[in-house]
Design a protein around this ligand. Structure first.
Ligand code: NAD
Length: 357
């Protein structure tokens, strides 16, 4: 029988959705603890997983040697320090995005993980879904060819009530940035996972929608290591929420769904450049295995990794590093008006973060 992994969820905003995900996988995970300073919120979430312990003190979770994973769903500024503390206590860590507010902090987390011989699993759940898996199958089989262009839209709607709900939102100190840090990082990660790390960035970023400190609109042009030319349009001033991407490869054009929270869970459109190859493409797409979408897919992959089975495509800490490096490059380009080349040097002026640089 497979080992049931004991997890503690820290923070019950999006953490509640994580708990829903674990509850769908009762043979793989046991939610041992739910921890939130707001006991009422934690107790409400605990209804989803009867038998779990509700606590308000993170130290209580760390003191229990039977907890395997600490799942950090706290406000962004707390991610790096809580992740390092949990690693030092001998726990594997799942951490919501952004993993940290600087490239240097991601390196510190990586060192702490290596010293503790524990894993850090950054939350990039978009990739879990059958269509995205099919796209990778097509790539492996040579049916995509060279990537020409990718266009991405992250057009979400955030009104003043969103910021009033949690005072850390929209602040540099609490959220560590705006829409580039919080909402667009998922689709940017999908692009780099698909067509390689970003090598050049030109970005504009402005606050245009709400009266907040951080940016809520951006227009970005990028080039990836595989030569893809990428454009990303980002706003929190959309009418409703939409995330979408479209990629034109040498042999195929793919258009994603526009489902904002789980873009990969709804079937995508795959069109062969040569109509004579469409049947071959369709057969590969139809044969792709069912990948549970969003958090259950991600958590299943974590379980596979921790129990010695091959995972589908678990996000690694290196991907988190690139995600934070990319955000650093966005701010560098937007503030300087220059095209920025990556990888960024370790002594980049924003290596310790973009907030006070
Ligand atoms: N992956 C996604 O799709 C997704 C979606 C939404 C939010 N997020 C990310 O999740 C993180 C949390 O966002 P949120 O909207 O859930 O925030 P939130 O403020 O709604 O929830 C955070 C919770 O943490 C609790 N908390 C704060 N300090 C604590 C401490 N020291 N010990 C225990 N509990 C503590 C708060 O009481 C609160 O209930 C953010 O980084 C956000 O960017 C990710």
């Amino acid at each position: 029988m497979l080992k049931r992994i004991r997890v503690a969820v820290i923070g019950t905003g999006i953490g509640r959705q994580h708990i829903v995900g674990y509850a769908e996988l009762p043979d793989l995970f046991e939610v041992a603890y739910i921890c939130d300073l707001n006991r009422e919120r934690a107790e409400e979430a605990a209804q989803l997983v009867p038998g779990t312990q509700v606590v308000t003190d993170f130290a209580e979770v760390l003191a229990d040697a039977t907890v395997d994973i600490v799942d950090i769903c706290l406000p962004p500024r707390m991610h790096a320090p809580f992740t390092i503390t949990a690693l030092k206590a001998g726990k594997h860590v799942i951490c919501e995005k952004p993993l940290a507010g600087s490239m240097a902090d991601v390196r510190r987390i990586k060192t702490a993980a290596e010293e503790a011989n524990r894993h850090v699993f950054p939350v990039f759940q978009y990739r879990y879904g059958t269509s995205y898996y099919a796209l990778h199958d097509l790539k492996k089989l040579g049916l995509l060819g060279r990537p020409y262009v990718l266009s991405m839209e992250t057009h979400w709607q955030r009104t003043p009530s969103y910021y009033e709900e949690q005072p850390w939102r929209g602040t540099w100190a609490g959220e560590l940035g705006g829409v580039l840090v919080s909402h667009a990082c998922h689709i940017h990660n999908l692009a780099t996972h698909l067509v390689g790390p970003i090598t050049q960035v030109a970005a504009f970023a402005e606050t245009r929608v709400n009266t907040v400190e951080t940016e809520d609109c951006a227009a970005i042009a990028m080039r990836s290591s595989e030569g893809a030319m990428i454009t990303s349009s980002v706003t929190l001033g959309g009418a409703g929420n939409l995330t979408r991407f479209r990629a034109c490869f040498e042999h195929l054009t793919v258009t994603s769904s526009d489902e904002p929270y789980q873009v990969c869970s709804v079937p995508w459109r795959f069109v062969a450049a040569d109509p004579a190859r469409q049947a071959e493409v369709d057969a590969i797409v139809a044969a792709a295995p069912h990948i549970p979408p969003r958090f259950p897919g991600f958590f299943t992959d974590i379980h596979r990794r921790l129990t010695g089975q091959p995972d589908f495509f678990l996000p690694e800490i290196e991907e988190s590093y690139h995600s934070i490096e990319l955000i650093t490059a966005f701010y560098d380009s937007a503030r300087s008006g220059r095209i920025v080349s990556l990888p960024l040097p370790h002594d980049h002026p924003m290596a310790e973060g973009w907030i006070n640089a």
